[in-house]
Design a protein around this ligand. Sequence first.
Ligand code: HEC
Ligand code: HEC
Length: 297
Amino acid sequence: MLNTFWNIFVIVLTLASIAGCWWLLQWTKGISNREGEETGTTGHVWDEDLVELNNPLPRWWLYLFHLTIVFSLVYFVLYPSLGNLGGTLGWTQEGQYAEEMAAAGEAQQDIFSRFAGATPQALVADAEAMGIGRRLFGNNCAMCHGSDGAGGPGFPDLTDKDWLYGGDHQSIVTTLENGRNGMMPALGDALGEQGVREVTAFVMSLSANGQDEALVNAGSQKYGMFCAACHGPDAGGNQALGAPRLSDDIWLYGGSEEIIAQTLVQGRAGLMPAFSESLSAEQIRILAAYVQSLSQP
Ligand code: HEC
Ligand code: HEC
């Protein structure tokens, strides 16, 4: 809604420009035939005898101009165009938007009701459901997990069979509905510089050979004290906390010495947003099935 000043300003400006157009038409008619001349001229003369004629506009052309003026006046009455005045048809942008949303909602209802009772396996096998899943994934998930779901540093790969929070249908639905927030504490102060070096060597030794044995042994002890509670005594991870398995050479942030040390010193807090507000329960079920399908051959 415009305030009073702008409301009046817009109304006056709109009507004045229409009136201006009409005046312009009358004015050009007036000058097109100067008195005493067969054919009007603009009065401009070049090279002594080259004059610029000023013939009246063709009739049909003039009528077109008048028609546009009439059209706009009728439009002003029917549709909201003069400041805050609504048109007599009662049309509003918001109204049209709401109507279209309602129609789209109904159309969706029809599509999704077909999948209401379907099991996750049936959804995975249903080409139409997976097509919907792919589109939903492209619109809502691809910016973080990649359009193929393979992720990137900090964003888990959804196409492997390694899950932070569990890869069964219900766990994925829970992930999508509520979001997830992995909390790896910063342990740089607790471990000290040497401690970080030792534990890093130990973590690397779980999936690769060639670490310094003395460092690995010392790191193994510290692992038991500082890490086992979350990552498990055998480093197999903990899906209740989203603590990754450290022994499989699959990395969320990266498995190089530098990046592991950085994880230990700074901590990590991966955030998966919740979608229960923006997606319907049916959409989430289809998406969860789609995510499962990504890691099935
Ligand atoms: C803003 C970025 C972002 C968006 C958008 C996003 N995710 Fe995530 N997602 C993450 C992060 C980060 C994690 C890991 C959370 C953690 O580190 O604890 C994650 C975790 C997951 C997991 C758990 C993986 C596992 O191994 O257990 C699934 C499943 C998942 N996302 C699916 C989706 C789907 C489906 C969508 C779209 C509806 C989506 N995500 C949208 C960032 C995002
Ligand atoms: C309070 C529980 C907790 C403790 C204690 C903890 N971690 Fe973590 N750690 C996590 C969680 C949760 C994540 C995942 C963070 C995320 O999703 O952003 C993680 C992530 C990591 C990663 C990244 C893995 C990857 O794939 O990139 C490494 C490495 C790691 N932790 C090693 C350790 C080590 C070594 C210790 C002990 C010094 C330790 N963590 C202690 C919970 C913990």
